[in-house]
Design a protein around this ligand. Structure first.
Ligand SMILES: Nc1nc2c(ncn2[C@@H]2O[C@H](COP(=O)(O)OP(=O)(O)OP(=O)(O)O)[C@@H](O)[C@H]2O)c(=O)[nH]1
Length: 310
């Protein structure tokens, strides 16, 4: 827990001398006992600059405005407290960890996302995490569009000691995943984590392909896939939100993993996703190593944004 907090802090407080982008020099927003007239404007700028997006920013400012109106924000401490309260209200409902119920076997997890966001890395980290939890996992190399993707996943499979089913470049993605599910059933495995195509000729083709895979897998199990996890890259800001909207419309997501939070001093994209998508943020990526994937915890994230001087 302390380790995670320090990881978050390091990413969110980069070169800000201990405070995050949100709370840096927060005392200067007051003149004496009074919040400056332009304080909300300043907070708005900070939120927008950190990729929080218009909707989450407006929602947070409305909350603060109501507290100011009620005379509850007169000190820096109170401002921090109210910010913390509002952020938790926004984030807590979507901080729902992924649970693998024991009665669903094999549990089928699709991982989707465009190339380069950290999809393969996240699958590798997940495989290792679930294996540590005692689950038997099979990886399905469904990103057949690029040979390198299969190779990369194979490397992760070796690293984490989790078997992989692949058919090489150009194979039909739905058929690879179908085979993997069949094999997992035959071997009595707990879980299939399926990589999916990240790039086809057009976005339209990509979404068609994903819908097809879903249809094929549902011949095995009408309720599958049990989780469709979208991976987005925190450093791409609003693009990450746009990807979430598009993938959700096309195939229906059930959760999101946000990678590379260690690579940005912003991280406000989590707020934008929370407000716009109302989908669980399951995991956050905080580095390239196998253990650098953490279950998203709203309190820890908010604490690292607001600081402990509340
Ligand atoms: N710093 C950091 N780097 C990450 C994280 N997750 C993934 N990466 C890196 O991001 C790069 C892209 O990751 P991949 O897993 O290859 O991404 P992909 O989405 O599978 O994309 P393709 O390989 O292009 O299909 C790699 O260099 C990863 O090591 C993270 O949480 N933090």
């Amino acid at each position: 827990m302390a380790d995670l907090l320090s990881k978050f802090r390091t990413s969110l407080n980069k070169s800000l001398g201990g405070d995050s982008w949100l709370t840096k020099d927060i005392g200067t927003l007051f003149s004496g006992e009074k919040l400056r007239d332009d304080a909300l404007e300043e907070l708005e700028t900070r939120l927008l600059m950190a990729d929080a997006g218009l909707e989450a920013t407006q929602w947070l400012l409305d909350r603060l405005q109501a507290e100011i109106g009620a005379g509850r924000i007169k000190t820096e401490k109170q401002l921090r407290e109210q910010l913390k309260k509002a952020l938790l209200e926004l984030l807590q409902p979507i901080a729902k960890p992924l649970k693998i119920p024991a009665f669903i076997r094999p549990y089928i997890l699709f991982v989707v996302g465009v190339n380069g966001v950290g999809k393969t890395t996240t699958i590798g980290k997940l495989a290792s995490r679930f294996k540590k939890d005692g689950l038997s996992v099979l990886l399905a190399a469904g990103d057949t569009f690029r040979a390198a993707a299969v190779q990369q996943l194979t490397t992760w499979s070796e690293r984490s000691g989790v078997p992989i089913l692949s058919q090489g470049e150009g194979a039909d993605s739905a058929s690879v995943i179908f085979d993997a599910v069949q094999s997992a059933k035959a071997r009595g495995l707990d879980m299939v984590i399926a990589d999916t195509a990240g790039r086809l000729h057009t976005q339209h083709h990509l979404m068609d392909e994903l819908r097809k895979i879903k249809r094929v897998i549902q011949k095995h199990d009408a309720y599958a896939p049990h989780e469709v996890l979208l991976v987005v890259d925190a450093t791409t800001g609003q693009n990450a939100l746009n990807q979430a909207i598009q993938f959700h419309e096309a195939i229906g997501l059930t959760g999101i993993a946000v990678t590379k939070l260690d690579g940005t001093a912003k991280g406000g994209i989590l707020l934008a996703i929370a407000r716009r998508m109302a989908l669980p943020i399951r995991y956050v990526g905080l580095g390239e190593a196998v253990d650098d994937l953490e279950v998203f915890d709203a309190e820890i994230y908010v604490e690292s944004l607001i600081g402990s001087s509340t």
